[in-house]
Ligand binder design. Sequence first.
Ligand SMILES: [Zn+2]
Length: 113
Amino acid sequence: MTELELLKFRKQIEEGIEEILRRMPFLKEEARGNPYSCSIGKVSWMDSQNDKGISEQLLRESKLRLEKLRNAMMRIENGTYGICIRCGNAIPPGRLEIIPEVLLCLSCAEKKK
Ligand SMILES: [Zn+2]
C-alpha cells in the first residue's frame, strides 16, 4: 500500500470515528427511553418499547464499530493496516474502501462463514 492510500484510509477512519462520537449522545438518550420525547397519544406503549429496542441495538452496533475503527487506527500507527490478520496477505484497497476497519481478506472472511 502506498503512503497516499494509507493517508486516504486514515482520513476515512477518522471521519467514521468522529461521526459515531457525534451521534453517540443522541443514541444514548434514545436508548434510555426518554418518556417525554414521544408524543402522547400518537405513539403507543408498544411502539415506544420497539423504538427503545432499536435505539439500544444501534447504540451497541455503534460502540462495536467505534472499537473496530480505533483498532484500525492503531494498525495504521504500527504499520499493520491492510494486512489480513489470519493469512498475512494484503487486503485489496477496494475492500478497504468499502469497510476501512476490515481485518480479514475476502477469502479468509468467506472461510469464516
Ligand atoms: Zn486472509
